[in-house]
Design a protein around this ligand. Structure first.
Ligand code: ZN
Length: 281
């Protein structure tokens, strides 16, 4: 664990060790630059946050650097944090894009940067209520340009890069598309996992409510009855999205986790409603 309090940096490994308690209530800017890159500029955030300065990430080795900012609500896009210089593996020119998919000079595909956050890969704001339309557009655009078919006439290395870049983009897209997996991913970036002892925290009233919904669904005799349960569940999921977003904005990670657990159960009911409706067909 690496921590420089004045800069509010916590460094987590890939296994997602928990951040220090003091930093728990702060959302990270995921995936600060690491590895063989050199830091060249300072943090923005002069108004909202408190961390600034030149940091050399070489010192962090292979660990994943996470930045914590005093202000829990921010967008990764508006906070450009630290710029990093990466060079094209082929022509050695500086890469302009972040993350760099292609070299601007020789147009060659670049290797995937596995540590880059999915939000950054998909060029989305680091927020629970992300714009799924924008996500979709970005996905299609990336998949078109990175598709291995485009590289069949290129070198083996370039073909491999296109395959691994496409796979990474697929994974990022799928994770961010659904609110449940998106929320879980955001907690994971914080070093928190949903399956860690959440059932014991489950509220008995909530469990009772679930039982009643499940019973009602099992006993539903008509598609209308099943649909009504489906609509109720949709409404509850919509409420949860608002609550989870608020909890994450406030940095209340435990609350967010509890709400995500509920979301998991309601999402499950939604699936059961679909199954039930197919029985009536
Ligand atoms: Zn190049």
């Amino acid at each position: 664990m690496f921590s420089v309090p004045s800069l509010r940096i916590a460094c987590l490994n890939r296994a997602g060790l928990n951040p220090p308690r003091l930093l728990r209530n702060r959302l990270p800017v995921p995936n600060a630059p690491t590895g063989n890159s050199s830091c060249v500029s300072t943090c923005c955030h002069k108004k909202k946050g408190t961390w600034h300065g030149n940091i050399n990430f070489r010192g962090l080795g292979k660990e994943r650097g996470l930045f914590y900012c005093n202000n829990a609500v921010f967008s990764l896009r508006s906070c450009s944090t630290t710029e990093v210089k990466l060079n094209c593996w082929k022509c050695k020119q500086l890469l302009v894009e972040t993350p760099p998919f292609f070299c601007n000079s020789c147009q060659t595909i670049q290797p995937p940067e596995e540590r880059t956050s999915y939000f950054k890969i998909m060029d989305c704001d680091y927020t629970f209520t992300l714009d799924t339309q924008k996500l979709q557009t970005r996905y299609l655009q990336l998949q078109r340009s990175l598709h291995p078919d485009n590289f069949s006439q290129k070198s083996v290395k370039e073909l491999e890069y296109s395959e691994s870049q496409s796979a990474l983009v697929n994974k990022a897209y799928k994770t961010l598309l659904k609110p449940l997996s998106r929320g879980l991913y955001m907690l994971e970036l914080e070093g928190m996992h949903l399956d860690e002892g959440t059932d014991s925290e489950a509220d008995p009233d909530f469990l009772l409510e679930l039982m009643e919904i499940n019973e009602a669904l099992a006993e539903a005799q008509t598609p209308e009855e099943a649909n009504r349960i489906g609509q109720d569940t949709k409404g509850k999921l919509a409420d949860l999205i608002v609550q989870i977003d608020a909890a994450l904005h406030k940095g209340e990670l435990h609350a967010a986790r509890t709400l995500l657990t509920k979301m998991k159960y309601y999402a499950n009911i939604e699936e059961k409603v679909k199954e039930k409706l197919s029985e009536f067909m």
